[in-house]
Design a protein around this ligand. Sequence first.
Ligand SMILES: [Mn+2]
Length: 498
Amino acid sequence: MGYPDLCHVNQSQTSFSAHCFAGLAKPMGLVEGPGGLGQGGAAATLGEDSRESEGRYEDYGYNAQLSDRISLDRNIPDYRPKKCKQLTYSDDLPQISVVFIFVNEALSVILRSVHSVVNHTPAHLLKEIILVDDNSDSVELKFNLDHYVNKRYPGLVKIVRNSKREGLIRARIHGWNAATAPVVGFFDAHVEFNTGWAEPILTRVKEDHTRIILPAIDNIKYNTFEVQQYANAAHGYNWGLWCMYIIPPQDWLDKGDETAPIRTPAMIGCSFVVDREYFGEIGLLDPGMEVYGGENIELGMRVWQCGGSMEVLPCARVAHIERTKKPYNNDIDYYAKRNALRAAEVWMDEFKSHVYMAWNIPMNNPGVDFGDVSERVALRKKMNCKNFRWYLEHVYPEMRIYNNTITYGEVRNSKASGYCLDQGSEEDDRAILYPCHGMSSQVSVFSFFSNGPIISRDTGRCLEVEMSKDANFGLRLVVQRCSGQKWVIRNWIKHPRH
Ligand SMILES: [Mn+2]
């Protein structure tokens, strides 16, 4: 491939002249250098004439065709809080290995992640980039990717190829195995880095190697590649162990310092940085988990319970594409549930019942084979970790605890035993009756005694069933004078009393 000699770039150089590498990118249909579509993080669109590949859009969960036209070197807005730009850092920071894992992503999106980290990290701090290919199907991610990174960043990029699809969790562990710098960052391969992202992170890890650091996340829109700023947030989760952004803790808000680290109970998971040896000591990610989902929450519980911490750094920012579709298209709900049960069994003590409740499964005989957790339980014991109640009180006090749940399960009426209380249509959100099916909408947490009436505290009237020709199934839910109808909960779990 024509790539003239005058373009000798050594690794300590982070800027370069764009024309030098046009010979490498262009034959692959890629664009390098400054300017062009999407520059500065602006929304981009393709012309009317180029709508031929809607198919690729569906494949990747973002507009891959548009991505191909946006420079791998585009700049994005500096969304750091103003005060961050005045901070200075030691010259003596540890180096980082940056791990990107991917399966079936657009080549241009992976390479933009790579370019972006090279362009926005001081060269002396970036020891290496490790690309973990979790057994992608696409041909361009084999030869083209190898060829490109070896020519473009000789000696800087390692590629690890999984011979079978391992899932995100074990793919990251493979990346960790290949890493040699004292600090390792794990990222999805559809991200772009903000100026100055690395220095504050490496400073916090150097001060205390038991801190797991999360860059603050901004959003790259999947359809236009516009980069949008997200508000400062911590990363929490619900009892199903699904992650979500939550408001930062009150003491952080009270402090009024936007550069301060935000304590976080867990992580969304698309990017985190950790001391390499410490990560090994605390057990990496749970290799018994499959695909993805739950591992991000489990790490949060584990690091806090075992004496470390996790925090979001608003001065360190990474923009990330929220894909409309993920490439692991096997039954993600099943794996998320299975992984959640592993985390619950190992880390959550008596609160594990909340996870079973959230997934609407009985604790005895849940019908989900979550595998062997004995090694993870032994790890917890070996590290002498604190209990989950401590974690809830000190790290995640916002989490709602269901203290007075007597039981949960389906609710059936004594006059129409084949029918259960269920959720009505989304528009009016009213309770209805529906043939019992045992699925989530019918399984509820109630604080009334089973085998009794449901009585309104305000009016003393009862929720009962009435025959009605016009209603679905000939039955209607009514609130009326109590006539002695009883409701029975099929008892799925006795919640432990605290
Ligand atoms: Mn992602």
